[in-house]
Design a protein around this ligand. Structure first.
Ligand code: ARG
Length: 464
């Protein structure tokens, strides 16, 4: 296929080099953005009388027909083309003839590709933002559904203190709140229009960069044309936000894997989210959670890959930058798919509250509360801590938990122990006594649920 840049080059292009150089295999994903960007550019060229108005209209009509036919599957994007930009331009010329050759006036593929990639990333981030909110909502609903289930809270994967399952699960909604915020921040800097930077130095034509920026929904044109064509920060920021979001999904996945194991039995995944084994008939493998966790590594790799690509690049555009798209697309697609399955998996999982509670009863997770009991009676915390530690050792030797220790035994450790110790160290008291803001008491958890619900509602209504 003849190249759009072939003017002064007459030598034959090597087949190997040609396919090595091509990006159509992956940048064809951006056909919609490429065409929309070109429509805005053509309209501006006409309005500014850089090309005759009726030729601009002809170009716009031609581009619209290409978009329509592509969406309807009537036009296949040929992989013979070098990239999506050359494909659309060649198709336009095929359809409307000479007028089509005017489209590329005052533009270069360098500002064109920067524009397309921004538009594409913006669209994908919007979708991911919505999915993030929807997962937050599902988490809040699940927390509400199992509001009273008590589970051991862990540190170092050792049973630490009792918490409400709803409290534990909600912590992920707060991580996702920050993820949504990171996407919003990324979009602020992404939403600058590079179109009109041309190859690198701008153009001699009297173009109206504000008009194209506005038509394409940007907050304004970029301020420096060299930076306009060389900046890929928006892709890196997007991938950084995706990496952190994937990390959160991965941590939740890891807990789902643990919780659904026979060792824990805290949750049961729905059949749709478990797979059997080809040999072991009892298996309910949490493949989907494992895959979300596994794919996170690739999402990190995507970000690192572009960081390394960009690291030594001299200004302005270098072909290395074509390597931005595969990791960027992969990162966005992977996180998008992970959010979709995670939302459904959480929505459909069953929480086995009784098993959680049984686990919470073991492991001395009320030892802190036992120490606090003495502290409130005037014993210095360090002393109370030591006494309780000794009690725990006695329990371990005698195969008991704190609630089973007779009062006489308690009194051997401190005469301050009274009958109310049993209610003070019961799991429900341990939880309800945690009154500090953000804590695990039911009242606090209910506040957190309504905070998340309201936030999602407001964000969905565009109030943030
Ligand atoms: N396919 C190229 C890319 O993705 C488009 C820009 C090409 N510009 C150039 N001067 N070769 O980056």
């Amino acid at each position: 296929m003849e190249k759009i840049w072939q003017g002064h080059l007459s030598g034959k292009v090597s087949r190997a080099a040609e396919s090595f150089n091509a990006s159509i295999f992956f940048d064809k994903k951006m056909y919609r953005e490429d065409i929309t960007g070109s429509i805005a550019h053509a309209r501006m060229l006409g309005k500014c009388s850089i090309i005759p108005q009726e030729k601009a209209e002809n170009i716009i009509e031609g581009l619209k027909s290409i978009l329509k036919d592509t969406e309807e599957g009537k036009l296949a994007i040929s992989e013979e083309a070098e990239d999506i930009h050359s494909f659309v331009e060649a198709e336009l010329i095929k359809r409307i003839g000479e007028d089509g050759k005017m489209l590329h006036t005052a533009r270069s593929r360098n500002d064109q590709v920067a524009l397309d990639t921004r538009l594409y990333t913006r669209k994908k981030l919007d979708g991911i933002h919505t999915l993030t909110l929807s997962l937050m909502k599902t988490i809040a609903h699940k927390a509400e559904e199992y509001e009273d289930a008590v589970m051991p809270g862990y540190t170092h994967l050792q049973r630490a203190q009792p918490v409400l399952f709803s409290h534990h699960l909600l912590s992920y909604a707060f991580m996702l709140e920050r993820d949504a915020g990171r996407i919003e921040d990324t979009k602020k800097r992404l939403n600058i229009c590079p179109l009109g930077s041309a190859a690198l130095s701008g153009t001699t034509y009297p173009i109206d960069r504000k008009a194209t920026a506005e038509e394409l929904g940007f907050s304004g044109p970029s301020k420096n044309s060299i930076d306009g064509v060389s900046d890929r920060d928006f892709a890196l920021e997007a991938m950084s936000a995706m990496s952190i979001l994937a990390m959160h999904l991965s941590r939740l996945s890891e807990e789902i894997v643990l919780w659904s194991s026979w060792e824990y039995r805290f949750i049961r995944l729905s059949d749709g989210f478990t797979t059997g084994s080809s040999i072991m008939p009892q298996k309910r493998n949490p493949d989907i959670a494992e895959l979300i966790r596994g794919k996170t590594g690739r999402v990190y790799g995507d970000m690192v890959s572009l960081l390394v690509t960009m690291k030594g690049l001299p200004l302005a555009y270098d072909k290395d930058m074509q390597e931005d798209k595969e990791p960027l697309f992969d990162s966005l697609d992977t996180v998008e798919a992970s959010l979709i399955v995670m939302e459904e998996m959480v929505r459909e999982m069953t929480v086995l509250g009784k098993n959680m509670e049984k686990a919470a009863e073991k492991g001395f997770i009320n030892a802190t509360d036992c120490a606090d009991y003495l502290t409130k009676k005037g014993v210095p915390f360090r002393t109370a801590y030591r006494l309780t530690g000794e009690l725990v050792s006695w329990c371990e030797e005698n195969d008991k938990v704190l609630s089973e220790v007779p009062l006489e035994k308690y009194k051997e450790y401190s005469p301050l122990f009274e009958d109310d110790i049993y209610s003070e160290i019961s799991l429900s008291t341990c939880i309800e006594k945690r009154i500090s803001e953000g804590s695990t008491s039911k009242e606090s958890v209910e506040k957190q649920i309504s905070y998340i619900m309201n936030l999602v509602e407001e964000k969905n209504n565009g109030q943030h």
